[in-house]
Design a protein around this ligand. Structure first.
Ligand code: NAP
Length: 290
């Protein structure tokens, strides 16, 4: 029997918790509502869709959002100017720069220019470094979403062998760090695999937990896992001609063999979105001014 881990349902619960906290610790204290800034560049359709859904989520929960949309081909300096304005603006609690950026913009320079205290995506090296050292920091939303999904479903990861497939800065690296970290959400034994790992099945067949973030539709097949493994599918791959979204896990061959599995859509995706709201709430609670 495979149990599906319902990210939609849990995200609804967490949104309610965030709303309650905004009411109790912000509105009832006569403080202003949390405020998320979003900087979007260019006209990549997926980025526009993601940003629109972030704005909608903010609105539904009582978080104010402000969008700055820069045109295709905008200069790096122009983007840096907008980041500086968000850094300086005392009315913005936290902000994100929607990735990916156009090729002519240096992504590292952009991430480094964000004030770490407002970096609610958790991508700045200060937050990333603190995360690696088990210190308080903003953690990247997808990794936080996966850990929350596991925790709230009473899935204990301590002492388990986790294989992560993919080592991106956004997903694979942070989830490996957090799951192997010395904390109540960590203590797993983590193997991090990537495109240079020969014979990935050798690792996945031994894993108690597999987290797949490769961006290749249906990459992980049922014959690559052991019976009872816990499978977290991070992938979101839109299949253009068929107008559908596939995960990085071959759902049909894994379903029935895994003990737990996240569906796509409705698994990790909604958890990622709600964790951005949570980080924004934390940034608002951290503020010194009212
Ligand atoms: P990414 O930056 O493209 O990284 C992909 C990773 O997969 C890289 O580390 C790459 O290895 C590795 N890889 C590629 N081919 C491989 C292979 N054949 N065997 C083993 N590893 C391989 O991707 P990402 O940003 O992490 O995103 C991954 C997927 O998750 C995408 O579908 C994306 O849309 C989705 N995503 C979903 C959410 C969500 O909220 N659900 C959030 C973010 C991303 P190298 O490092 O060696 O190149």
């Amino acid at each position: 029997m495979t149990k599906l881990l319902n990210g939609n349902q849990l995200a609804i619960e967490i949104r309610k918790e965030i709303s309650k906290e905004i009411e109790k610790n912000i509105l009832n204290q006569k403080k202003r509502v949390p405020h998320l800034g979003i900087i979007l560049t260019g006209n990549d359709q997926s980025s526009i869709t993601y940003v629109n859904s972030k704005i909608k989520e903010c609105k539904n929960i009582g978080i104010k959002s402000s969008l700055v949309h820069l045109p295709v081909g905008c200069l790096e300096n122009r983007l840096l100017e907008e980041i500086n304005k968000m850094n300086q603006n005392p009315l913005i609690d936290g902000f994100i720069v929607q990735l990916p950026l156009e090729k002519h913009i240096n992504q590292d320079k952009i991430i480094l220019s964000i004030n770490p205290k407002k970096d609610v995506d958790g991508f700045h090296p200060e937050n990333f470094g603190k995360m690696a050292l088990n210190m308080k920091a903003f953690f990247p939303a997808t990794a936080l979403g996966i850990l929350t999904l596991l925790e709230r479903n009473q899935i204990n990861i301590s002492g388990k062998h986790t294989v992560v497939i993919g080592r991106s800065r956004i997903v694979g690296s942070p989830i490996s760090i957090l799951m192997s970290g010395k904390s109540h959400l960590g203590n797993s034994t983590v193997t991090l695999t990537h495109s240079h790992t020969p014979n990935i099945e050798h690792y996945t067949k031994q894993a108690d937990i597999i987290i797949v973030a490769v961006g290749i539709p249906e990459f992980l097949k049922g014959n690559m896992i052991k019976k009872g493994a816990i499978i977290i599918d991070v992938g979101i791959n839109s299949i253009k001609n068929e107008k559908k979204i596939l995960g990085d896990v071959d759902f049909h061959s894994v379903y029935g063999k895994a003990s737990y599995l996240t569906p796509v859509p409705g698994g990790v995706g909604p958890m990622t979105r709600v964790m951005l709201l949570k980080n924004t709430l934390i940034a608002a609670l951290n503020r010194k001014n009212k």
